[in-house]
Design a protein around this ligand. Structure first.
Ligand code: BES
Ligand code: ZN
Length: 446
């Protein structure tokens, strides 16, 4: 008991120490678009771009700049104030990594293409998906949102942010209890204390092909980042994590066994430049993990527009987006439209950059988005204390996971269960035979 207490205290001191080290001066590399770069130059005139490149889409130029980490909040606030949109910058581990990200390379894209097995996008799992749809419950999603927003904040350097990750790991572990084919792990990021959480269901037939469903577990308040600053992040992005948790609950309640591996990811440090997902996507690519597709759920519970689900066209895969719209029509019965973020607005962009087909179904049109995110007012109250909107995304999550990974309901015949069942059958037959003998004897007596 005492040793555990000491271990916890030491861990706390380390987490605190690394958090305060990060809060001090720390130079980082980011890339920004034209408009955000102009804001950055106003806020920090000494920040001059090392590289500027035209984008593939031919829209904004992208600029690679070295900045002080402490300037990031000011930049993000200025972009909100002046451009009426969110930050839109991408973090790079080094100058070289930044330049590599800016350089469109034929070899890189070809390698990335080879890394991913091409999914068929055939929709043929109705018998598996349909029974699950009615089981999705808004109340479960609402409760997870409440649980996650009860942390003062989930910022990537605070103890609260660390604890929220640990809580989620525990929650998912409990959910997967009794399944030897499921593992829940935390992915450690060397530069900051908050860990990403990953739940893996190993595929029965193609375990080396991975389907990723993700959201981000961190939150931010653009006005400050202290241990006690309120950043409930109910919509951004407790809603996405809660939605994925409900999808997974129903998959497990149905004893669904995927052919391909499914990974549920709650990324750390999204709000500070997609840092958690960038590390994971790069790591997977480096180790040759074949990710066949990624679905990002970031903000699912604020119904701001006339249609239900909005698919972001930028930093995503057009063929996979078409497939997702077909899944909505086939299984969700919700209305949908196409929109764009205009910048690398969430973790789907990390997978996109790693050559993985990615999609980002979103809760509203961009121009009608929830304006309370990144403040203390991002609470469930803003969605009238219910998670009805998010349920559509939980259904879509199940449809995506199952149609991408294929598979079946009911576990494979496991030795013990099989023996039990046949044992039961013999007992029933023996009892029936006994009854027949008894009846025969009784009839003969007459
Ligand atoms: N959930 C937001 C992205 C978002 C906000 C999408 C509003 C659509 C509408 C995400 O968590 C976020 O805040 N991203 C950052 C960018 C990131 C690279 C730091 C942002 O938008 O400022
Ligand atoms: Zn955000």
């Amino acid at each position: 008991m005492t040793t555990r207490l000491i271990a916890v205290l030491i861990a706390g001191i380390f987490a605190g120490a690394s958090a305060s080290a990060l809060a001090q001066s720390n130079k980082i590399w980011i890339s920004v678009g034209d408009a955000a770069y102009a804001q950055l130059q106003k806020a920090a005139p000494q920040a001059v771009a090392r590289e500027s490149r035209a984008t593939l889409a031919g829209q904004e130029k992208i600029h690679l700049v070295e900045v002080d980490e402490r300037q990031m909040l000011a930049l993000s606030a200025a972009v909100h104030r002046e451009l009426h949109r969110c930050g839109g910058f991408m973090f790079h581990a080094s100058e070289a990594a930044g330049i590599a990200a800016l350089t469109p390379s034929k070899t890189r894209t070809t390698l990335a293409g080879l890394a991913a097995a091409r999914p068929s996008y055939a929709i043929d799992q109705q018998s598996v998906v349909n029974p699950m749809l009615a089981q999705m419950q808004a109340s479960n999603i609402g409760q997870t949102i409440i649980d996650m927003s009860s942390y003062a904040n989930r910022y990537y350097t605070t103890n609260n942010g660390v604890n929220a990750s640990n809580w989620l790991k525990q929650r998912w572990t409990t959910m997967a209890a009794g399944r030897s084919d499921i593992a829940v792990t935390q992915y450690t990021h060397s530069a900051y204390p908050q860990k990403s959480v990953i739940l893996t269901i190993t595929g029965t037939d193609n375990p080396n092909e991975v389907v990723v469903l993700g959201g981000h577990l961190d939150s931010i308040n653009q006005a400050g980042t202290s241990e006690t600053t309120k950043a409930p992040g109910a919509d951004d992005d407790a809603s996405g994590i809660a939605t994925l948790t409900e999808t997974m609950r129903v998959l497990l309640a149905s004893d669904y066994r995927p052919e391909r591996t499914i990974e549920l990811m709650a990324y750390a440090a999204e709000e500070v430049g997609l840092r958690g997902s960038l590390s994971i996507a790069r790591d997977f690519k480096k180790h040759g993990v074949r990710v066949v597709g990624a679905l990002q759920l970031d903000m699912t519970n604020y119904q701001g527009s006339d249609k239900d689900i909005w698919l972001m066209k930028d930093f995503t895969s057009a063929p996979q987006n078409t497939f997702v719209t077909q899944l909505i029509d086939t299984y969700v019965g919700a209305t949908w439209g196409m929109d764009a973020c205009g910048y690398a607005c969430s973790d789907h962009a990390s997978w996109f950059r790693a050559g993985v087909p990615a999609s980002m179904p979103f809760e509203s049109r961009m121009k009608e988005r929830n304006m309370s995110i990144h403040t203390a007012d991002d609470t469930l109250e803003l969605s009238r204390n219910n998670a009805d909107h998010a349920v559509k995304f939980a259904k879509l999550g199940a449809a995506y996971a199952i149609e991408m990974a294929k598979g079946e309901l009911g576990g494979p015949p496991i030795a013990a269960t099989h023996a039990d069942q046949s044992g039961g059958r013999w007992k029933l037959l023996a009892a029936l035979a006994g009854l027949l003998v008894l009846a025969g004897a009784l009839l003969r007596r007459r």
